[in-house]
Design a protein around this ligand. Structure first.
Ligand SMILES: NC(=O)c1ccc[n+]([C@@H]2O[C@H](COP(=O)([O-])OP(=O)(O)OC[C@H]3O[C@@H](n4cnc5c(N)ncnc54)[C@H](OP(=O)(O)O)[C@@H]3O)[C@@H](O)[C@H]2O)c1
Length: 273
């Protein structure tokens, strides 16, 4: 199992994303992913599937300590008191006393950053999260959060794939020793038929999705692709039996200028690029 490390957190490089997976599909998918070898599951209070994620984990029979589970506190639940209740509910829904990683899902303009980061650090100190971090933070927000944190932040989970340019925020993550976890690593499937991706895929006898994931892993990022399709689930996990060369990496990096940001809700911060 390939892992990335940051401030003591050991994060499996390939995780399983669960947004939009609901009910039995979610239970079965989490179960199948773990049986297949995935050891990193990404959920969030906002995905309304923590109960099913927990059920899938238990049904898999994989020992709890072998699975790295992430959940997130929504932007609307960062206020003091509300934050604590949200974390308690997440743990209750998952059926777990502690998660491996607790993230701020999106930065807020309403709750002051010192308060948000204090609540996050307190959750770790209360023993509700082994590690803490943020998601969708810009360079400026990251600098502020790291300066305020009294416990190490281990990651900034950000949108990363070949069709987006994120060099400033990645440099900020590296400066602070944070792991980059790539969300929407397949750009939600929007550009898997791109000619460059297909050409690299053909050269390696792999699928465009596998090339995209390997491109990110090659840069030291973790990836959390989501699928409800068993074939895709298997494919997305089989990304270590080949390697991309410098020409492949350069061709894929040239696609970054497309700046195709697929996760950009109205409440997003002002991005670095
Ligand atoms: N922190 C945040 O704000 C944030 C934001 C977005 C996402 N996330 C996390 O990141 C995870 C992944 O992002 P995402 O779910 O938005 O998008 P994604 O993983 O980039 O793409 C999912 C889409 O790709 C398709 N797909 C998956 N594997 C494929 C394959 N091998 N070949 C072809 N198509 C494939 C899926 O369809 P099929 O089901 O048909 O395979 C689905 O439509 C989420 O599930 C969530 O856990 C976090």
């Amino acid at each position: 199992m390939r892992v990335i490390e940051a401030h003591g957190a050991i994060i499996p490089s390939v995780g399983f994303g669960t947004i939009w997976l609901r009910d039995d599909v979610c239970i079965r998918s989490v179960h199948d992913a773990l049986r297949l070898g995935y050891r990193h599951i990404d959920t969030a209070a906002g995905y309304l599937n923590e109960r099913e994620v927990g059920e899938g984990m238990r049904a898999s029979g994989i020992p709890r300590e072998n699975v790295f589970v992430t959940t997130k506190v929504p932007q609307a639940e960062l206020a003091p008191g509300v934050f604590e209740r949200c974390v308690e509910n997440s743990l209750k829904n998952l059926g777990l006393p502690i998660v491996d990683l607790l993230l701020i899902h999106w930065p807020s303009q309403k709750v002051p950053m010192p308060q948000t980061i204090k609540s996050l650090c307190d959750a770790k100190r209360r023993g509700q999260a082994r590690h803490i971090g943020v998601a969708n933070f810009t360079t400026a927000l990251l600098d502020e959060a790291v300066a305020l944190a009294t416990e190490p932040l281990v990651t900034n989970q950000i949108e990363m794939h070949a069709f987006i340019e994120q060099h400033k925020v990645i440099a900020a993550c590296r400066k602070h020793g944070l792991a980059v976890i790539s969300h929407a690593p397949l750009a939600r499937g929007n550009a898997l038929d791109h000619a460059v991706l297909k050409a690299v895929a053909e050269r390696h006898g792999k699928s465009p999705a596998q090339i995209m994931l390997r491109y990110l892993i090659e840069q030291g990022f973790a990836v959390i692709p989501r699928t409800g399709n068993p074939e895709h689930m298997k494919e997305n996990f089989e990304v270590f039996d080949f390697a991309l060369n410098a020409d492949d990496m350069a061709a894929l990096t040239a696609l970054n200028t497309s700046q195709m940001r697929v996760i950009n809700p109205p409440f997003a911060p002002k991005w670095d690029s």
